[in-house]
Design a protein around this ligand. Structure first.
Ligand code: MN
Length: 409
């Protein structure tokens, strides 16, 4: 067993690894991350996860529900640390898995992966308490500076498979932590639009009953982007300074999260029921409305934006005709919010009826991608949300105080 596998085993049992091992791990992680672009390309199948916030036992529950690494390909959208009692173990385990299985684990930066925020919200104190010095916190913050700002998922299928029922018109499936299907939602008739190059057959008046928490009204008459396009994953949301994915690629990200500007907005912004841009009550980033998302998705050949950053009681929430979704993966947030958590599974397009692989960042790629299949064209990625509840260990409150072993000090 390699040292890395030993560290993984130790962290899986929620025991911190010694300081010199953290130093080595962070060094190796940084060497990997430095090679990644600001926007990492990920190929489906992939399981997309939202905020973790140091809820280690719930992270274990997430792996139990979503599958273990490297069997499952994971994309975590930031906010690994702060708030919960085990930021250290949670982040270091994810980092170990990143170094051990770099192609099966994608980590992007959240607004809490920052020196200033972790000093206020718990991670700094936790490191100090568990190691007796701020060294480990410093090593981790140096890794934070190298985390990617976003990811593009390619090759996601428009149908749910494998394991989905015979009904291939199901677009959204919600499963509980045991894998049983809670609910299933048929594909919404695509809103017709003069801009629509797809010439999708209209199935009459769009049905306004979207899935609970989906906000999918089907009532939009505008284009919601390229239904066969890629999926952009980012922690917070959009920025008025960023109208293309390419502009994200140009940011100099290797720094502490700035207080303003494009990088700050990507990590701090939230979608809201407004027109255009609005001021954020968070004091950083912006609020952005459906019009902003739809124009951005259309311009960038995106079918969906997946983001985290906001507590959702149901674990996920689709908004703006399913052009953006919030995924939240910290059940019973802060051990008291009573919410469930979710991960979003995007399956691989094996049949050729879903999303074409394409390079992002090139111009003039908005044609193509239209595929007819049984029952007409499929629109957008099929999404399976796995909803799960808090692990019993984490909901009891403060962990038992154990003396720190000498070799950690
Ligand atoms: Mn956040």
């Amino acid at each position: 067993m390699s040292d890395l596998d030993k560290a993984i085993a130790q962290l899986r049992s929620c025991r911190p690894i010694p300081e010199d091992q953290v130093r080595e791990l962070c060094h190796r992680a940084r060497e990997l991350l430095i090679e990644e672009g600001n926007v990492v390309t990920v190929t489906a199948p992939v399981t997309i996860c939202g905020d973790i916030h140091g809820q280690f036992h719930d992270l274990m529950e997430l792996f139990r529900v979503g599958g273990d690494v490297p069997d499952t390909n994971y994309l975590f959208m930031g906010d690994f640390v702060d708030r919960g009692f085990y930021s250290l173990e949670s982040f270091l385990l994810l980092l170990c898995l990143k170094v051990r299985y770099p192609d099966r684990m994608t980590l992007i930066r959240g607004n809490h992966e920052s020196r200033q925020i972790t000093t206020v919200y718990g991670f700094y104190d936790e490191c100090l308490r568990k190691y007796g010095s701020a060294n480990v916190w410093r090593y981790c913050c140096d890794v934070f500076d190298y985390l990617a700002l976003g990811a593009i998922v390619l090759g996601a299928s428009s149908t749910l498979s494998p394991g989905s029922p015979e009904d291939d018109d199901t677009e959204i499936e919600v499963c509980d932590q045991g894998g049983s299907i809670i609910s299933r939602f048929p594909r919404q008739p695509r809103p017709s639009s003069s801009q629509d190059k797809l010439d999708a057959p209209s199935k009459g008046t769009p049905d306004k009953t979207g899935p609970p928490g989906s906000g999918a009204s089907g009532s939009s008459s505008g284009s919601v982007g390229n239904p066969t396009g890629a999926i952009l994953c980012v922690h917070g949301g959009l920025s008025p300074l960023v109208d293309t994915v390419d502009k994200i690629r140009l940011i100099d990200r290797k720094q502490e999260v700035p207080h303003e500007g494009a990088m700050c907005d990507l990590l701090w912004s939230d979608p809201d029921e407004i027109d255009g841009w609005g001021l954020s009550p968070r004091g950083a980033g912006f609020l952005f409305g459906a019009d902003i998302v739809k124009v951005f998705n259309h311009r960038n050949d995106l079918s969906l934006i997946a983001r985290a950053h906001q507590l959702v009681m149901e674990g996920f929430k689709e908004m703006f005709d399913a052009s953006i979704v919030t995924v939240w993966s910290a059940p019973n947030y802060c051990y008291r919010c009573g919410n469930v958590a979710a991960v979003l599974e995007l399956t691989e397009d094996e049949s050729g009826t879903g999303i074409f692989q394409r390079t992002n960042g090139d111009v003039g790629r908005s044609s193509g991608g239209v595929v007819e299949s049984r029952g007409g064209p499929k629109h957008g990625p099929a999404r399976r949300y796995r909803v799960f509840q808090a692990a019993p260990q984490d909901s009891r409150g403060m962990p038992a105080k154990k003396p720190v072993a000498d070799y950690f000090l």
